[in-house]
Design a protein around this ligand. Structure first.
Ligand SMILES: [Zn+2]
Length: 169
């Protein structure tokens, strides 16, 4: 039990430090810019490479979820397994999980060694955002919300592909 508390405090403390640093280095911006930054970047991404962070943030932005996580934590596989065990995660059959959400702290954990591809990251992020939007641990609830997020993500990547085609002409 002590280990659980220590781990949660570790993540919360870590997130706090990161947020403090971000605020400390941000230059004053006009209100429009800060409003836009708040809506898309108000959560912390920890342990990610710059590419992983950029990808995750752009996918979440495209999905326009009803609720954002407070933080997204990328972990090496061994640490992910350990964390899942600490939170007593039960993964139902059919849900091969390289991601999970701890609802009380609104934290999404990602197994950085096992999410396979950019597409699968978006697919499973949609599922985790579904848990957050419905505030439910039930897989059915998460999947119901995830469907519309995946559709938005797909539409956004189609638009991006079209744009690329047009600029290549
Ligand atoms: Zn789930």
């Amino acid at each position: 039990m002590k280990l659980v508390i220590a781990t949660v405090l570790f993540f919360l403390g870590f997130a706090q430090i990161c947020r403090g640093q971000t605020n400390g280095t941000t230059n004053p911006v006009n209100s429009q810019e800060s409003a836009a930054a708040f809506s898309t970047n108000s959560y912390a991404v920890l342990g990610a490479t710059p590419q992983q962070e950029a990808l995750g943030r752009s996918q979440i932005q495209a999905m326009q979820p009803d609720a954002l996580p407070l933080r997204i934590v990328f972990l090496p596989h061994w640490k992910y397994v350990d964390t899942a065990r600490i939170f007593r995660l039960h993964v139902p059959a059919g849900f091969t999980s390289a991601l999970f959400t701890h609802l009380p702290s609104r934290t999404v954990f990602i197994d950085a060694d096992r999410y396979v591809s950019d597409e699968s990251l978006g697919y499973w992020l949609a599922h985790e955002l579904g848990h957050l939007a419905t505030n439910s641990v039930k897989e059915d609830d998460a999947e119901r919300a995830a469907r519309k997020y995946r559709k938005r993500l797909e539409d956004a990547s189609k638009r991006a592909a079209l744009k690329q085609l047009q600029s290549a002409r």
